[in-house]
Design a binder for this molecule. Structure first.
Ligand SMILES: [Zn+2]
Ligand SMILES: [Zn+2]
Length: 356
């Protein structure tokens, strides 16, 4: 046990501490006290007249917009971490511990397991990123509730019942499409090696991998989610349901458990869709819908080979790979569970006679 801790590289931990500290400073700074201090100092030294300074302070309204921030922050933290650890540990206990000896029944990659080191690593990285995302969410929630400029409304009939119903699919689909592009852009070599690669350490993802994403990248994904708040009339409760849905399915798609789309949500991809993304890297960039990958030709195809060195989502024609690569590919595909695919049929299996 102690050996494991001795082997941990302390540089990333230090980076995370700095990150945590800067977010804490940000929280302390954002409550508005600093702006009052600056105004008083400027007035003290006669740099700008008091009346003019008061007008500046009023126009920024930082103190007003961040009223009761601690209440929003604590609530968001409790919800964010609560959902992450309750679902994460439940899946861990129910599948990874209780049914460890029969993985072919439930696991997307039954022959392979994430090492204990990587499991601990993803929980640590996931918790740090959750801290960042929860802080962004609470800042946004506080700003909206304190009357900051946005297109959010609270009375459900303000824009009519038709829009109240339609906004759910429209906003949800738009966010999912935006997230597809952010994810795909982070797979460009420059961004992949600097940011996104850390999420791909987990070749057999678990529920805890869902937020084990670089803070810079996860913040970009979150900004996509916030776009509707400033562009279309968005009912606050509908928006919260959409965020909760995205979060819940983010955990499900990373679980490594062969969940399939249910009849009441036929648009939802099977878990194996994103599990394949972790196993084969630059392919299947979507999250909830498979449409975007089909539309942009980044959907996994049986006659293409994908790995960490083949970028841009198009793969390499299987006819162009050498004998050794073909054998590796056959082995890799055999590690996928048949039951994880639709109709319990794995369309990617290659007849090993082909390699002879
Ligand atoms: Zn990725
Ligand atoms: Zn992922």
């Amino acid at each position: 046990m102690y050996d494991r801790f001795l082997k941990i590289s302390y540089v990333p931990i230090l980076t995370r501490c700095v990150l945590l500290l800067s977010v804490l400073v940000m929280i302390l700074a954002i409550n508005g006290d600093w702006s009052v201090t600056v105004v008083n100092l400027l007035n003290e030294y006669g740099i700008i007249q008091r009346l003019y300074l008061d007008q500046i302070l009023q126009s920024t309204l930082i103190s007003e917009r961040m009223k009761n921030f601690s209440y929003f922050w604590i609530t968001t933290m409790c919800f964010g971490y609560g959902i992450y650890f309750i679902i994460g540990f439940f899946f861990h206990w129910y599948y990874y511990v209780r049914q460890k000896d029969q993985p072919e029944k439930w696991k997307c990659q039954p022959k392979r397991w994430l090492s204990t080191e990587l499991e601990l690593d993803e929980i640590k990285a996931g918790s740090v990123s959750l801290f960042v995302t929860n802080t962004w969410s609470s800042l946004m929630e506080c700003y909206v509730h304190n009357g900051g400029y946005c297109t959010v409304y609270f009375n459900w009939d303000e824009y009519g019942i038709v829009w109240w119903i339609l906004q759910f699919p429209i906003i949800f689909i738009s966010i999912d499409y935006g997230m597809y592009w952010v994810h795909r852009i982070f797979h460009v070599p420059y961004l992949y090696t600097r940011f996104h690669k850390m999420h791909h350490k987990y070749k057999q993802p678990t529920a805890f991998s869902a937020t084990a994403i670089h803070p810079v990248e996860i913040s970009c994904l979150q900004m996509v989610m916030f776009v509707p708040l400033f562009t279309v009339p968005t009912h606050w409760s509908i928006f919260r349901i959409i965020l909760l849905y995205l979060y819940y399915h983010g955990i499900i798609t990373h679980s490594g458990i062969n969940f399939k789309a249910k009849w009441w949500q036929p648009w939802q991809s099977n878990t194996v869709f994103h599990d394949n993304h972790h196993q084969y890297f630059h392919v299947n960039f979507g999250f909830n819908f498979e449409w975007w990958d089909k539309l942009h030709n980044t959907y996994r195809k049986p006659d293409r080979v994908y790995n960490e060195n083949i970028f841009y989502g198009k793969g390499k024609p299987i006819d162009e790979i050498n004998q050794e690569e073909l054998e590796n590919e056959i082995m890799e595909r055999k590690t996928e569970s048949i039951t994880a695919h639709d109709d319990n049929f794995n369309p990617f299996l290659i007849d090993s006679s082909r390699s002879k």
